[in-house]
Every structure is written in structure tokens, then in C-alpha cells.
Write a protein that binds this ligand. Structure first.
Ligand code: 5AD
Ligand code: SF4
Length: 451
């Protein structure tokens, strides 16, 4: 077997949530130090990493069909005397470990999300033996991950993700996250601020702070005191160059006043909150082990609206959770009507092995799940469109992120996370400009530069 002498190339394909997008960057940073260049072309790669998602059955199944395709690719490479390494990372890796090696013979390495700092050592091991590392190391993996090089940091564009908290202790009965990402961990304040500073230095203007329970953040500051997300937002907003801050995903139980105050007092904190509720029925919330009632959710919404009246809300919903009756579903519809979401993610309940809900009686028929999903999606789409349409003839601050779909066009986001397209010079990327909105089309606003 020969390995090419040119620079090695790595292709990472991420599935699932934004944390996987961030992890893909960090894995590429580690490999950059080992001489691997990132490539956008799977055919050009010597190393392919599938950064997988285990949240729903469909997401997990995709991995195995992709691995089937990669097996063919590896075979033809080997016939040509070339090497191709295949790595499965992310939450399927964590959940299924050794089983992946058994089911997918082309895989060289299975690595869980807490072990990415070990990638170089693990890859070296694969020359002798197919390998699995799904340990939850005690040491701080973030500390062992190298900082991105200047060039690597620049790849992040003007809007970047930064994980500040990982894992979950809440154990909602439908969810695999506590098993795949482990228990809650908050990165220390200095570590977060250093990373954001480095990103700001290479042109990042907007950061989205990530965590499975991001508002449960309680990282330690330099004095060893734990600080809240609200306080962290204030520190991040002081970093020169950072003009916008977002965070996701929040849990209704962890909404505190310091966070609401941050939305009122810090201009860089965007008026947008993703606050999953999952269901509008107290009975279902209880069997989901969400540990709050609808009235608590509504109290959090009104606290935020009181401090920041224009704040936009999005949410996650699961339909067809075991035991969900027509009446429970009607309560979800009523909640959506009452709150008014500017966007939302809707899912059919998916049985996840090993979670308590997978063993509950009264699993719901697929046809009923489909019907409820469509009804909910139709209502949310209507709200989303009405909200977007209400922006026509307003002038919005838009962070210019990239070229638009048509020639001469640029694209960016409004403070409320609406996509906006408008004509502007390409070197406007990274600027916040005023755009007068002239039209609302499917999934985007269209406007003209007003400044
Ligand atoms: N089935 C369907 N949706 C799920 N989610 C998490 N677990 C499941 C499951 N088993 C959804 C929840 C969560 C989002 C990230 O994914 O709505 O907030
Ligand atoms: Fe999963 Fe619930 Fe934790 Fe969110 S809060 S990651 S839904 S267990």
C-alpha cells in the first residue's frame, strides 16, 4: 500500500446540530497540526470523517448508508494502490462504538465526541489495528485541543460557533444526549474569551455560543467563581470586533433574570431566543421528564418580552410522543397560537434504544404522527411567513455574511435571524449595513442598501 507524498487531505461531513459543525472545525484544527489540509471534495480526500448524529433514527441510519458508499470508494482506491482512511466520529460513534466496526468493515476508527484531541494518536494506531475510542476522559478535552492556526481561524467566516457548555444532566425520557455527550460541563471563562478574541482578530463579527443546555452555563472565572450565561454575554460583548452574540440551545428551567437583563442591556445580544418546549401538554411534559409545566414556559416567555419587547422566539416540538392524545396535541397547537414563533423545528417522536420513552406503552401510529406533524408545520409556516412579511418597508441592520444567490447580490441576517438578500459590493462581507426591505419571498427578505 502506498500513501501519496503530497499533503494529506481530510474531508469532514457533519450531520445534525451546530455543535457538530463546531466539532468538525476543531477536528480539522487538530489534523491541520498533523499536516492534513481540509478539502471540500470527498474524492480528493485521504481521510474521510463522518461526524454523526444519533438524535433520531433517520439521522443514525444515514451513517450506515453513507458507509456503504464509502466502502466501494475505499475498494477502488485500494485496487489503485492508494490508501483511504475512514473515521466515524460524533454521537453515533459514542452510542454504537465497537458495533460500527462490526457492521461497517471499511471503518478504520470510531471516535466519540470527548476524544477528538486524541485523533492523531488514534489515527497512527489504525495502521496496525481498527480502533475505537469512546471514553469520557476526565481531563478537559478543550484544553488539549490546539488553537486554530491563523489560516484555519479565517475559514470560520464572519459568523462562528463556539461551544461553551457541553452535555446534559436533564434526562428527558426521549433523548440520547445525556448518554452520547455525557454530563454537563461548562468551559472556564478565560478559555471561552480567548477563543472568541482569536476569532474576532481574524474577522469574526458574530459568535453563537453553543451548549446542549447553554443557559445552564456556570463556567469558572479567573477568581474561581462560577458565572452565569448573562454575565458571560457581557464579557464577550466587550471583545473588540464582536458585534453580535447569539446562544443556543436554552432550557426553560434555566431561564434566569440575568439573561433577560443581558437582552435588555447589551446591544450586541441579539433579540432572538431558541427555547424548546417540545409539547403544549402538561401531561406529556411530565412523561417527557421536562421538569416544568406550560405555565413556567409562558412565564419565561413573558419575562423575556417584558425586558426585550421585540424578542423573537423559536422552539423545538416533538409530535406523537407515547401517550399523546388528540387533546394533548390540541394543547400544543394552542400554545403555538398563543406564543407566536418566528420559526421552529418540528419532529416526529423517534424511538431511541436505551431511553426510557422507548419502552413506554401507547406508542403512536406513524399515520397519526404524520398528520400531527403536517398540521403543526402548517401553523408554524404561517406564523413564520407573517412575521417575515411584517418586515417589508422596515430598515434592518444586516450582517453581510456571503455572496447571494444572484450575481451582484450579497446575503446576511437581520438581528431576528431573518435571511436578507440585497445588492452590494462583495467587499462588504463582515460589515453591518442598513437594508430597506422591499419584498418578502420564500425563506428570505429582499431589500436595497440604505447606507
Ligand atoms: N425523537 C424526536 N425528536 C427528538 N429530539 C430529541 N430526541 C428526539 C427523539 N427521540 C428533538 C427535540 C430536541 C431536538 C434537538 O431534537 O425536540 O429539542
Ligand atoms: Fe436532550 Fe432534554 Fe438534555 Fe435537551 S434537555 S439535550 S432534550 S435530555
Amino acid at each position: 500500500m502506498t500513501t501519496s507524498t503530497a499533503a494529506k487531505r481530510v474531508f469532514v461531513k457533519s450531520y445534525g446540530c451546530q455543535m457538530n459543525v463546531y466539532d468538525a472545525e476543531r477536528m480539522t484544527d487538530v489534523l491541520d497540526c498533523e499536516g492534513y489540509q481540509a478539502t471540500e471534495s470527498i474524492e480528493a480526500a485521504d481521510l474521510i470523517i463522518l461526524n454523526t448524529c444519533h438524535i433520531r433514527e433517520k439521522a443514525a441510519d444515514k451513517v450506515y448508508s453513507e458507509l456503504g458508499r464509502l466502502r466501494e470508494m475505499k475498494k477502488s482506491r485500494q485496487e489503485a494502490g492508494l490508501d483511504l482512511k475512514i473515521v466515524v466520529a460524533g454521537c453515533v460513534a459514542q452510542a454504537e462504538g465497537q458495533d460500527i466496526l462490526r457492521r461497517a468493515p471499511a471503518v478504520d476508527l470510531v471516535v466519540g465526541p470527548q476524544s477528538y484531541q486524541n485523533l492523531p494518536r488514534l489515527l497512527a494506531k489504525t495502521t496496525k489495528k481498527r480502533t475505537v475510542d469512546t471514553d469520557f476522559p476526565v481531563e478537559d478535552k478543550f484544553k488539549s485541543l490546539p488553537s486554530p492556526s491563523h489560516d484555519r481561524a479565517k475559514v470560520r467566516g464572519v459568523s462562528a460557533f463556539v461551544t461553551i457548555q457541553e452535555g446534559c444532566n436533564k434526562f428527558c425520557t426521549f433523548c440520547v444526549v445525556p448518554y452520547t455527550r455525557g454530563s454537563e460541563y461548562s468551559r472556564p471563562v478565560v478559555e471561552v474569551l480567548d477563543e472568541v478574541k482569536r476569532l474576532a482578530d481574524v474577522g469574526v463579527r458574530e459568535v453563537t455560543l453553543l451548549g446542549q443546555n447553554v443557559n445552564a452555563y456556570h463556567g469558572l472565572d479567573a477568581k474561581g467563581q462560577s458565572i452565569s450565561l448573562g454575565q458571560l454575554l457581557s464579557y464577550v460583548s466587550e471583545i473588540s470586533g464582536i458585534e453580535r452574540i447569539r446562544y443556543t440551545t436554552s432550557h426553560p428551567l434555566e431561564m434566569d433574570e440575568s439573561l433577560a437583563d443581558a437582552h435588555r442591556d447589551i446591544p450586541a445580544v441579539m433579540p432572538y431566543l431558541h427555547l424548546p418546549v417540545q409539547s403544549g401538554s402538561d401531561k406529556i411534559l411530565a412523561t417527557m421528564n421536562r421538569r416544568h409545566r406550560i405555565q413556567d414556559y409562558l412565564a419565561a416567555i413573558s419575562m423575556m418580552r417584558h425586558k426585550r419587547p421585540d424578542i423573537a422566539f423559536s422552539s423545538d416540538f416533538i409530535v406523537g410522543f407515547p401517550g399523546e392524545t388528540d387533546q394533548d396535541f390540541a394543547a400544543t397547537i394552542a400554545l403555538v397560537e398563543q406564543v407566536g414563533f418566528t420559526s421552529a423545528y418540528t419532529f416526529k417522536y423517534s424511538i431511541r434504544p436505551g431511553t426510557p420513552a422507548s419502552e413506554m406503552d401507547e406508542q403512536i401510529l406513524e399515520e397519526i404522527k404524520d398528520k400531527r406533524l403536517h398540521a403543526l408545520q402548517a401553523l408554524i409556516a404561517k406564523q413564520q411567513r407573517a412575521y417575515q412579511d411584517s418586515m417589508v418597508s422596515q430598515t434592518l441592520d444586516v450582517l453581510v455574511e456571503r455572496k447571494g444567490k444572484y450575481s451582484g447580490q450579497m446575503a446576511g441576517k437581520s438581528p431576528h435571524l431573518l435571511a436578507v438578500a440585497f445588492e452590494a459590493p462583495a467587499d462588504y462581507i463582515g460589515r453591518i449595513v442598513k437594508v430597506r426591505i422591499t419584498d418578502s419571498v420564500t425563506n428570505s427578505l429582499v431589500g436595497t442598501l440604505a447606507s
